[in-house]
Design a protein around this ligand. Structure first.
Ligand SMILES: [Zn+2]
Ligand SMILES: [Zn+2]
Length: 160
């Protein structure tokens, strides 16, 4: 399997383009979250997240609305949405203060997006469970292990 090749930067934003952002370099990995909060917020079975270091993420347009609440982990989690179109673009959590979790389907180029891991499967809808090697009942055991597995390749804009 070829190592994923990420472009030096990836651009994204909300549906109305009031919020625009740039991701520099390679993301840590992509995951699906089956927690009840993500299910409610998206009115769907799960959300997709792509953690990057804070310094890899920059807003280039707009000021997002912040929705803060206590996540299932017990830590505060803030979801950022567009004040114009309500699109959810990224999240920050108290448990990982140096990380921004980008919603990867808001990237301009997102056809490559595929989760490496899934979390909070304790609340997953049975039909939405994916046959992924990295499956956690609640939070990640060790995000560094996932980042290492992701770096080995298989998921990325130029990977197959
Ligand atoms: Zn918008
Ligand atoms: Zn969640």
């Amino acid at each position: 399997m070829a190592a994923p090749t990420f472009p030096s930067e990836m651009l994204g934003g909300c549906r109305c383009s009031r919020i625009r952002y740039r991701v520099t370099g390679t993301p840590k990995f992509v995951f699906a979250c089956h927690c009840t909060d993500c299910q409610h917020f998206t009115s769907s079975a799960f959300s997709l997240g792509m953690p990057v270091d804070d310094k890899q993420f920059a807003l280039t347009a707009g000021v997002p609305h912040e929705w803060t609440r206590t996540a299932e982990s017990g830590k505060q989690s803030t979801r950022y949405t567009c004040p114009g179109c309500a699109c959810w673009t990224h999240t920050r959590t108290e448990s990982q203060p140096d990380i921004t979790v980008v919603r990867p389907m808001t990237l301009d180029e997102h056809a490559w997006v595929r989760p490496l891991a899934q979390i909070f499967t304790k609340s997953a809808l049975s039909w939405a469970l994916m046959p992924l090697h990295f499956t956690f009942t609640e939070e990640f055991d060790d995000p560094e292990t996932l980042a290492k597995a992701f770096a080995l390749g298989g998921i990325g804009p130029k990977a197959t």
